[in-house]
Design a protein around this ligand. Sequence first.
Ligand code: BJ8
Length: 422
Amino acid sequence: MTDYRKMWSDLGMDLEKHDRLTSALPLVYEEVYLQQKDRPQAMEYFDLVVAEIHSLRIAELVEHRRRGGKVCGAFCVFVPVEIVRAAGAIAVGLCGGSQFWIPDGEKVLPRNLCPLIKASLGARLSGTCPYFQSCDLLIGETTCDGKKKAWEVLGEFAPVYVMDLPQMKRPQDLAAWRKEIELFLARMEELTGCRVTPERLAEEIRLQNRLRRALERLYRARKADPVPVSGKDVLLVTQVSFYDDPSRFIEKTEAVAAEAEERIASGRGVFPSGAPRILVTGTPMAIPNWKLHHIIETAGAVVVCEETCTGTRFFEHQVDESRQTLEEQLQALAERYLKINCSCFTPNPGRIDDILRLVEEYRADGVIYYNLQFCHGYAVEYYAVEKALKARGIPVMKVETDYSEEDAGQLRTRVEAFLEML
Ligand code: BJ8
């Protein structure tokens, strides 16, 4: 097996601390993933990705940079990856999902802040995330207050560019967002020294649309009863999409989807037919945050859909491929991205419509509202979501948690009680 220590050391990582981070992962993965019964065989690829999460893909990024290419890191599904790639750079997702990074994050951020933000900055400060270390530019965005202010702190440790995302969806907001995407394109061209042509952009738009369709196809399979693939496995696939090479990811995801479709045809499932079906909605779950899904799926229920940014908000809606000129393409990108219903928008009725639609499409028996601690946008929006669900007689439960395992027992008890009343 290749020794990647030199590569990590060249990236300026803290090897001793990194050993501590990675030593825990195989055990957790074994318990959460490998002990599941009858997983699709095509999930083997994703097991390999996790086993080699800090090596194989990083070696590709290192090679890309060795040849003069750039790597950009992002923290939000609003960042138009198509533009990053059309400028010749590689985009990777950097949201932190590990408790390991929290103490380092808390050295520069308040304790009562969303764990996703603390872990993201902690990953950079601790020098234990090779993705962070491989980035030439970090791309922040003005979504929630916590993130927006955290970029100022992060800027002290690495180059950061911030996209100004509007917080409403009026025509003037679309125009402002379109302009912001144009500025972003110029920044990407400046970074890479490559001009973004309509031809290159069209290619990347098609590629990202294919990636979205591959995820959509996999999600569609979850509408069946019995469910052919676990929620945990699909969550992992979605999480990996933020790191992997897009073409390879599409191929591997379609393989899982094809296997799931074969299972549907033969009536085979990973959970018994009639197992309670749960829709999870709320804040994103960055790798290796599998806590809630693991609790739900070891309590006898199955997660059939995630209305989150590591779920449908990431892949729903295509970018219109019929636009020809750069001007038109930027408009198409602005339109597609502004359809994402993040709670940072006010008002945000589209998210409620989405949740109601998805409950029906995926035949969910109940909804679990997943709220990372101190994420105020989603916490406040719970009021409207709960009201809409209750009006239709759909059971809903709110879970507010962080990345630690301290509340796992208590959460399990609450989830089990919720499942019993479905
Ligand atoms: S589009 S959900 S990826 S901002 S959970 S950091 S909102 S305090 S991650 Fe997000 Fe983009 Fe919105 Fe999606 Fe802040 Fe909330 Fe933390 Fe969040």
